[in-house]
Design a binder for this molecule. Structure first.
Ligand SMILES: Nc1nc2c(ncn2[C@@H]2O[C@H](COP(=O)(O)OP(=O)(O)OP(=O)(O)O)[C@@H](O)[C@H]2O)c(=O)[nH]1
Ligand SMILES: [Mg+2]
Length: 251
């Protein structure tokens, strides 16, 4: 259960089962209260996201929010990127995980500046957490900030962090139907990275189908196919990144 966004299973099942129409005062009030809290949480989050956006603008930064299901390769992609593009840009990383500093340790090993956020019972990062992390990490002007969100294809879609771009990563082992099963995440992203292409010979995954499904929920979505393990396709990601830097950051 998520402690902050109201997405816990009890809430969902109560709403799906239509318990707010049930002639029982407690359930009725209970359901109504939960919906109000969710509205308030998102309203406050959106205000703080605007504040973060202003901070990124003022510092002439590019901030990217990396979202995906657990294990699709977010940290692997960052490790590669920070190593291969070392010296070309000033990088900062905010790591979001429910527990441990394992991902931050991996990023630290590349020599980049990183801060870990543990969300505990929460299933996503929110704008307030990013605000605090920025006060700690103090990114320099003209830098690139990567925010690795908690591995979860649902809740992080609701929470604007103030980022310039949201990048959704899907790996070929997850199945090609994910965009229509979890449409919000693909709808709110501008780039979809399809990772682990080295495993394509071993899994039933159609590149055409995943793109077709993703375009159904977001016709504007761009795609990059790559493998963090073999390195194939990484140059396209670096090219995309450089174009975004040129468009956003004037170094
Ligand atoms: N075969 C293959 N494995 C990969 C590739 N990229 C990542 N992996 C493996 O996938 C696993 C998960 O990778 P991570 O980078 O930790 O994934 P993540 O999205 O950061 O995971 P969470 O932070 O837990 O959500 C690791 O065992 C990686 O070595 C790839 O391109 N090909
Ligand atoms: Mg990770």
């Amino acid at each position: 259960m998520c402690a902050t966004c109201g997405c816990d299973t009890n809430t969902s099942s109560a709403i799906q089962a239509g318990e707010h129409h049930h002639n029982h005062e407690h359930n009725h009030l209970h359901g109504k209260t939960i919906i109000d809290i969710e509205k308030d949480v998102l309203y406050e989050n959106n205000l703080l996201a605007e504040r973060n956006r202003g901070y990124f603008d003022a510092k002439n930064m590019l901030a990217l929010n990396l979202v995906s299901s657990p294990g699709s390769g977010k940290t692997s992609l960052l490790e590669k990127t920070l190593t291969d593009l070392k010296g070309q840009f000033d990088f900062y990383v905010i790591e979001g995980d429910q527990q441990t500093s394992r991902d931050a340790d991996r990023i630290h090993a590349t020599g980049s500046k990183v801060v870990q956020i543990n969300t505990g019972k929460g299933c996503h990062l929110d704008a307030h957490m990013i605000l605090h992390a920025l006060q700690g990490i103090k990114p320099s002007e003209n830098s690139i900030l990567f925010i690795e969100n908690v591995g979860n294809l649902i809740c992080p879609a609701m929470f604007d962090l103030g980022e310039n771009e949201r990048v959704v990563i899907i790996s070929v082992t997850e199945g090609d139907d994910k965009p229509i099963k979890y449409p919000d995440m693909f709808h709110t992203s501008s780039l979809c990275i399809i990772n682990k292409t080295d495993l394509l010979p071993y899994v039933p995954f159609s590149m055409e189908k995943v793109k077709e499904y993703a375009r159904q929920v977001n016709p504007e979505l761009k795609f990059i196919e790559l493998s963090c393990t073999s390195g194939e396709g990484l140059s396209h990601w670096y090219q995309w990144l450089k174009e975004k830097v040129l468009a956003t950051v004037s170094i």
